[in-house]
Write a protein that binds this ligand. Structure first.
Ligand SMILES: [Zn+2]
Length: 541
C-alpha cells in the first residue's frame, strides 16, 4: 500500500528546474514550514510533504521508496525515543520552540538520508545535499549527528566542539514531546503504522545485583547445575558434543588466509546471539503447559542438530547444549573481526547463545525477549566473558555477521539485525560499529535484503561502512564492484581453509558447506563461482 502511494506522487517540480539545484524549490520548502508555524497549520502534514518533495531527487522508484521509508522511519524512531524520555510534558504547549524543534528534526533526517543514499542519486544531483537551504537549527543538528561519526574517525576535536552545541540545545529538546506525538499520529494514519500508545512509558528495567564489579567465578555444582557467583545457574542436563574447535585467526589487513603462519587455533574469542524463530505463546499462566512443551521440543531439536552452545528459555533458564570446547552449527557463512584478527565461519571461534524467541515480525525488544531472559542473558554473558576473557568487540549478533558469498550480500541470516539489547548485556552497541563484512570485504545489500531482512532500514554502522568501502575502492583506484570481486575470492579461500580443518564434519545449517567440506573443495573451485548468474547480475548492475 505504501509503495503505491509513493510511486503515485506526481513529479510536479521535475520540469521547472528546481530539482537541478535552482533556488526556487529550496525557498519554497523552507517557506512552507515557516508559514505553517505562523498560521498554526498542521505541521505534520507539511513535514510529510517536505519529505515527499525531497524524495523526488531520486529517479528510480525503489530508491525513492527507500528514501521515504528510511526518513519517515528515522523520524518516527526518534520521536518515539524522545517521547519515552520526556514522558508527557506539555509545559510549553504549542509555542515557537515546538515548531523550531520539529522543523530541525525534519531537515536533519532528510540530510542524513540524502547523504547516506547519495550513490543512488543521479550524478548531477549528488552535490545538492549540501545545498538544501535548511534552517540553521537543522544544520546544527546534522553537524551533531556527523560528529558522532567523527569521534570514530580522525575528527574528534571537531566532534567535541559540536557536542558542546548539542548540550546547549538538548535543553530545548526537552519540550518537543507533545509535537512528536502529533507527527506520529499523523504518520500512523497516513502510512498505516501503529502509533506509540498514549500512556506513560514502562520504566526501564533495572537489575540490582546483576551488574557486579567482580568477575563471576564458579561457585559450585549442584546436581545437573553449574552455579556461578553472579547468580548464573547453567543446566548441564542436555549437554552434548559436536566437533572440537579449530580455525585460523587471520591477521587483520594481512591479506593472507591465516594458514601461512601455521597458527591453528581452538580458542573461544567471541559470542554470537541468536533467535531460533520457533512459535511463541503469550507468557501467561494459562499458556504454561504450551510454553513448556514448545520449549522442550526446541531443546531436543537444538540438541539433535547441535545448533547452539547455549539456550535461554522464556523464563530465563539457561541450558548448555553443545559443550564450550566444541563448535556448534550456529553461524554458517559468517565473518567478523576485532582489532587484531578476522574470523571466518564463526562456529569455530564463537560461542552461540540463543534466546528462545521470535524475531521476525517484532517491532520492539519487549515483543522478543522476556525480562527474565534479559537478566539471564546478562549473567551468562558475564560468565562466558570472564571464563574465556572474551573482548566486548567480539560480542555481536548473527544478523550482523552472516553473509551470502555467492551474491556478496549481508544478512544471509537476519536474527537480531536490530533490537538486540547490547547495553543491557553490559556490551557496547554493535549497531554503531562499522561491520567488517562491509568495510573489509565489500559485502553489500540490495532492495530485497533491505525490505525483507533489514526491515527497510540499514543499521547505523552498516550505512557508514558502505561509504567507507567506497572510499577504500576509490583510494585503490578500482571500482567498488571490482574490489568486491577480489575480496569475495579472498573470503571463499579463507573460509575453505578453515573448513578444510574439518573435512569430516558438516554444517547442518548449511548443506552447501557440508558438501564442499566433504569434497575437500579447493580455493580455486570457490573462485570459479564468481561467474555465477547471481554474481553477474550484481556486477552488471
Ligand atoms: Zn541465528
Amino acid at each position: 500500500m505504501l509503495k503505491t502511494e509513493i510511486i503515485g506522487i506526481k513529479l510536479q517540480s521535475s520540469h521547472n528546474g528546481s530539482l537541478n539545484g535552482g533556488p526556487g524549490n529550496d525557498v519554497l520548502v523552507n517557506n512552507d514550514l515557516a508559514a505553517a508555524s505562523k498560521n498554526g497549520a498542521d505541521m505534520t502534514q507539511i513535514y510529510s510533504r517536505v519529505v515527499e518533495r525531497y524524495a523526488m531527487f531520486f529517479d528510480r522508484p525503489e530508491a525513492r521508496l527507500r528514501f521515504l521509508n528510511n526518513t519517515l522511519t528515522k523520524q518516527a524512531d526518534r520521536q518515539d525515543r524522545l517521547q519515552r524520555r520526556m514522558g508527557r510534558s506539555r509545559l510549553l504547549g504549542r509555542t515557537r520552540i515546538y515548531d523550531w524543534i520539529l522543523e530541525a528534526r525534519c531537515y536533519s533526517a532528510i540530510f542524513e538520508e540524502m547523504r547516506a543514499m547519495s550513490s543512488s542519486l543521479p550524478k548531477n544531483r549528488r552535490r545538492l545535499t549540501q545545498r538544501i537551504q535548511a534552517p540553521f537549527s537543522a544544520r546544527l543538528l546534522f553537524l551533531i549527528h556527523q560528529s558522532r561519526h567523527a569521534f570514530q574517525s580522525r575528527h574528534a576535536f571537531y566532534g567535541a566542539a559540536v557536542i558542546g552545541a548539542l548540550l546547549a540545545i538538548g535543553v530545548l529538546y526537552t519540550f518537543g514531546a507533545g509535537a512528536a506525538r502529533g507527527v506520529n499520529t499523523y504518520l500512523a494514519s497516513k502510512y498505516n503504522r501503529p502509533s506509540p500508545p498514549d500512556k506513560p512509558p514502562p520504566p526501564e528495567p533495572s537489575f540490582p545485583g546483576v551488574v557486579s564489579k567482580e568477575k563471576p567465578w564458579l561457585f559450585g555444582k549442584e546436581g545437573e547445575y553449574e552455579k556461578w557467583s553472579n547468580g548464573c545457574n547453567i543446566s548441564t542436563k542436555y549437554e552434548t558434543d559436536n566437533h572440537p574447535r579449530a580455525y585460523y585467526a587471520i591477521p587483520r589487513g594481512s591479506g593472507t588466509d591465516g594458514d601461512q603462519a601455521g597458527e591453528r587455533s581452538d580458542k573461544i574469542v567471541g559470542i554470537l546471539y541468536h533467535t531460533p524463530e520457533n512459535p511463541m505463546f503469550d507468557l501467561t499462566p494459562d499458556n504454561t503447559k504450551r510454553i513448556q512443551n514448545s520449549s522442550r521440543t526446541l531443546i531436543e531439536d537444538v540438541r539433535e542438530k547441535k545448533k547452539y552452545n547455549y539456550l535461554i528459555n522464556r523464563i530465563g533458564d539457561i541450558y548448555r547444549i553443545v559443550r564450550d570446547d566444541q563448535a556448534a552449527n550456529h553461524a554458517g557463512e559468517s565473518l567478523w573481526a576485532d582489532a587484531k584478527n578476522y574470523y571466518v565461519i564463526l562456529n569455530e571461534s564463537f560461542l552461540g547463545v540463543c534466546f528462545e524467541s521470535k524475531f521476525d515480525g517484532a517491532s520492539s525488544l519487549d515483543q522478543i525477549l522476556t525480562e527474565a531472559q534479559i537478566i539471564s542473558g546478562r549473567r551468562l554473558t558475564d560468565v562466558l566473558r570472564a571464563k574465556y576473557n572474551i573482548d566486548d568487540a567480539n560480542c555481536t549478533t548473527h544478523g550482523l555477521v552472516a553473509v551470502a558469498p555467492e551474491e556478496m550480500l549481508i544478512a544471509r541470516h537476519h536474527d537480531w539485525v536490530h533490537f538486540f539489547p547490547f547495553e543491557q548485556m553490559g556490551l557496547s552497541n554493535k549497531y554503531k560499529v562499522l561491520p567488517p563484512t562491509i568495510t573489509d570485504y565489500g559485502f553489500t545489500y540490495n532492495d530485497e535484503v533491505l525490505a525483507k531482512k533489514l526491515g527497510g532500514k540499514l543499521w547505523e554502522g552498516a550505512k557508514m561502512a558502505v561509504e567507507e568501502f567506497n572510499r577504500r575502492a576509490a583510494r585503490a583506484h578500482v571500482s567498488p564492484d571490482d574490489l568486491r570481486l577480489k575480496l569475495r575470492d579472498r573470503y571463499i579461500s579463507q573460509r575453505n581453509k578453515t573448513l578444510g580443518l574439518h573435512a569430516e564434519q558438516g554444517d547442518v545449517n548449511n548443506p552447501r558447506i557440508s558438501k564442499k567440506t566433504a569434497a575437500g573443495e579447493s580455493t580455486e573451485s570457490g573462485a570459479d563461482q564468481s561467474t555465477s548468474a547471481a554474481w553477474k547480475a550484481l556486477t552488471e548492475k
